[in-house]
Design a protein around this ligand. Structure first.
Ligand code: GLN
Length: 201
């Protein structure tokens, strides 16, 4: 399974490590041609204003939207900001992959960054995980099809819409693999199904 990591600016190295831990091939994405033959994409944390500029400079805006129409995308922190429908800062031109409105740096400056233990899911699959937030965005409103996977103080910290996941925190900094698994497991499953079909025929 080949998963890309958007390498325009920010914190991409640790995402490669997580993907490799999960047995996936992780590929650097810097331009449109890098998206071919990928089955999923991580948009990492960093500086969303800069990443937004670089997306246009590298002519990635339309290719990224088209990619997201058919493949899962996992966005962490600035990555989530870029996936939003609307952002409270005109310097960010988001991709509109997730039907959410987000406010940048809503939890204060760097010094206010924090790690919390958060509960995810409310069913028999629920689990606790560390969530490290660094100048995290706040999800101000969510569209009808948004599923909230976990919240802190009444605000969602992890959301899912169709095959996409957005996180306000950085799982890669705590070596947490579950969100990458959740985002890309369907790819794995459909590959598995394809394989079993191949064996059956
Ligand atoms: N505050 C940053 C931004 O708005 C995001 C921080 C992060 O990705 N850790 O771009």
């Amino acid at each position: 399974m080949r998963i890309g990591v958007l390498e325009l600016q920010g914190d991409f190295e640790k995402h490669h490590q997580i993907l490799q831990t999960l047995g996936m091939d992780s590929i650097a994405v810097r331009g449109p041609s890098d998206l071919s033959e990928l089955e999923g994409l991580v948009i990492p944390g960093g500086e969303s204003t800069t990443i937004s500029l670089l997306i246009d400079r590298n002519e990635l805006r339309e290719p990224l939207k088209a990619f997201a129409d058919v493949h899962p995308v996992l966005g962490t922190c600035a990555g989530l900001i870029l996936m939003a429908r609307k952002v409270s800062d005109s310097r960010v031109n988001p991709l509109g992959i997730l039907d959410v409105v987000v406010c940048r740096n809503a939890y204060g400056r760097q010094i206010h960054s924090t790690t919390e233990e958060v509960k995810f899911f409310e069913d028999e699959n629920s689990f606790y995980s560390r969530a490290t937030m660094i100048r995290a965005p706040r999800i101000e409103s969510t569209g009808r099809n948004i599923e909230v996977l976990g919240s802190l103080n009444g605000h969602p910290v992890a959301i899912r819409e169709n095959h996409h996941i957005g996180l306000i925190f950085h799982p890669e900094l705590d070596g947490v693999t579950i969100f990458h698994e959740l985002a890309f497991q369907r790819v794995k499953q459909s590959q598995h199904d394809r394989k079993s079909q191949t064996y059956v025929t």
